[in-house]
Design a protein around this ligand. Structure first.
Ligand code: QV4
Ligand code: CA
Length: 499
């Protein structure tokens, strides 16, 4: 039942981490739609436990209390309004769904939840779903603590508690039905797909049964018979018995090796170099391109949660980060996801961030602040908005223009200067060496004058250029010169930037 009829052409998804629904609706209309972003990944829309110690951490949203749709991002009505406005603007919504578990076993009892629903964690009672003790895996888990203790044992990884989170029994029809009904309520509202959280901790056959109960996309916005686009979070860096490939028949799968390896190459660790990227993809041990969801960083590994390790690049290191994102968006491998973050008071102590829990910019009552947009298009108030950086925005356009074209005309200097094209639609040159890149390269592009979309871009009238001008000759060759000291040591041109 898995096709991606409407979304196989999906190019760039942006994760608007912890944004409010109202702000996302505006962003779809004012920015994402007009700039060709394909979809937004939203933070989990379901009701979650309210954590006060530490104060309202971002991760409380990964502890569901029910499938009611009120959260720190807004009300059900605001969610519905956002979905329809984004769909109208041509931007799909993918919801992050947390279905492996409910809240922590130690979350207590009461109504400290985002819609005020009653729960009792120690008795495993969630009457608003409803779930009760028999809907959890306690009888299946055999570890002493009840938690996952050893990732080498596939049974405990699936049937025990992930960091103490109450583990749902998806073998039971009631649980399958409740989860599918939650996902269907979102599909009926117009959501186009899902990021499914913690899939490594669920059995593929159970997920298959749940996905099989899902409705088609809402025909108010999507063609009859369209299936949801599903990408599953499975962290497979090798070395564990559970493999990403167990899930790839069910939908796309997150490829965590991508950001880890790309980060290492751009940091030039262990003699890794850009020239090595000539073969980046399956031969590096990555999953097949048509199954992979790729990203430079995500909401976990940008703050030391989850996996990827210290090579992961984030907005905290903007120069290398932009290079990595530009490479990803120019390169044909995978479906790409961009991170849009907020800044927090990072406190690294022996490599560990003491403040890795900090939630989004918020008022003293815990409600999330709006995202203010500055006159220059950047975001204010600690919202980083990487997706609004012009280099990243323009590379999203590059990816759309180049979609379907093969990687072509690879060039490298054997070290950290590389270039490659995408058929006759686009060409990128990156200099991550300590010396100037100065070369005449075959671009594969039609002759003419192009505007570099990194140092600037074509003006609205279409004839001016605020960046470097690149002249492609009749023979398809162009001369590129990039100093090692440039703030953005890369150049990109595409059919849409022709003057
Ligand atoms: C602590 C102890 C436990 C103890 C428990 C109960 O560590 O040993 O049993 O208390 O007393 C938070 C806390 C964590 C706490 C837990 C339960 O950080 O310390 O356990 O709550 O109270 C996010 C955060 C987690 C957070 C969780 C739930 O990253 O820190 O846990 O939300 O709030 C693996 C998985 C992968 C996962 C990744 C992080 O294979 O699936 O870890 N990634 C996804 C999400 C991620 C989310 C979850 C899964 C869980 O991307 O954001 O975890 O939904 O690699
Ligand atoms: Ca599980």
């Amino acid at each position: 039942h898995y096709h991606c009829s409407t979304t196989c052409g999906t190019t760039s998804i942006v994760h608007l981490f912890e944004w409010r629904w109202r702000d996302i609706a505006e962003e779809c209309e004012n920015y994402l739609g007009p700039n060709g972003f394909d979809a937004v990944q939203i933070s989990p829309p379901s009701e979650n436990v309210v954590v006060a110690q530490p104060w309202r951490p971002w991760w409380e949203r990964y502890q569901p209390i029910s499938y009611k749709l009120c959260s720190r991002s807004g009300t059900e009505q605001e969610l519905r309004d956002m979905i329809s406005r984004c769909n109208k603007a041509g931007v799909k919504i993918y919801a992050d769904v947390v279905i492996n578990h409910m809240c922590s076993a130690s979350a207590g009892e009461g109504r400290r939840s985002t819609c005020g629903s009653y729960f009792n964690a120690s008795k495993e009672e969630f009457p608003s779903v409803p779930y009760s003790a028999s809907h959890f895996n306690d009888d299946k888990c055999t570890t002493a603590s009840g938690n996952i203790e050893n990732y080498q044992d596939i049974y405990q990884v699936r049937d025990c508690r992930l960091v103490g989170l109450l583990d749902l029994a998806h073998r039971k029809e009631h649980v399958r039905e409740r989860v599918a009904s939650y996902m269907n309520s979102l599909l009926d509202m117009g959501v186009a797909g899902f990021r499914v959280d913690a899939c490594k901790h669920m059995w593929p056959q159970d997920l298959n049964a749940i996905y099989g109960q899902l409705h088609n996309l809402n025909t108010e916005w999507f063609p009859e018979g369209s299936r949801p686009f599903i990408y599953q979070e499975v962290i497979d860096l090798g070395g564990e018995p559970i493999k990403a490939s167990e899930y790839s028949g069910l939908g796309h799968v997150t490829e965590f090796k991508y950001g880890a390896k790309l980060g290492s190459v751009i940091r030039r660790w262990n003699r890794d170099k850009l020239a090595d990227l000539k073969t980046f993809g399956e031969s590096w041990g990555l999953m097949p391109s048509n199954q992979a969801l790729v990203f430079v960083d995500n909401h976990d590994n940008q703050r030391g949660h989850g996996a990827g390790g210290t090579s992961i690049l984030t907005f905290w290191e903007p120069r290398m980060y932009k290079m990595a994102v530009a490479f990803m968006l120019a390169h044909p491998y995978g479906v790409t996801r961009l991170m849009s973050s907020y800044r927090w008071d990072r406190r690294l102590l022996d490599g560990k961030d003491q403040n890795d829990w900090m939630g989004p910019p918020s008022y003293p009552d815990g409600s999330t602040k709006p995202v203010p947009i500055n006159p220059d298009g950047s975001c204010g108030g600690d919202w980083v908005c990487e997706h609004r950086w012009h280099q990243i925005r323009n590379m999203v356009t590059f990816r759309n223009v180049a979609h379907g074209q093969p990687l072509s005309n690879w060039w490298d200097n054997g070290e950290n200067q590389i270039a490659f094209g995408r058929g006759d639609r686009g060409f990128i040159v990156i200099n991550n060496d300590d010396c100037t890149l100065d070369a005449s390269l075959q671009t594969g592009m039609p002759a003419g004058c192009y505007c570099d979309v990194i140092s600037g871009q074509r003006t609205a009238a279409g004839t001016g250029c605020t960046g470097k001008r690149i002249t492609v000759g009749e023979d398809g060759r162009a001369r590129f010169s990039i100093k090692a000291s440039e703030e953005d040591p890369f150049v990109a041109i595409h059919s849409g930037s022709k003057l």
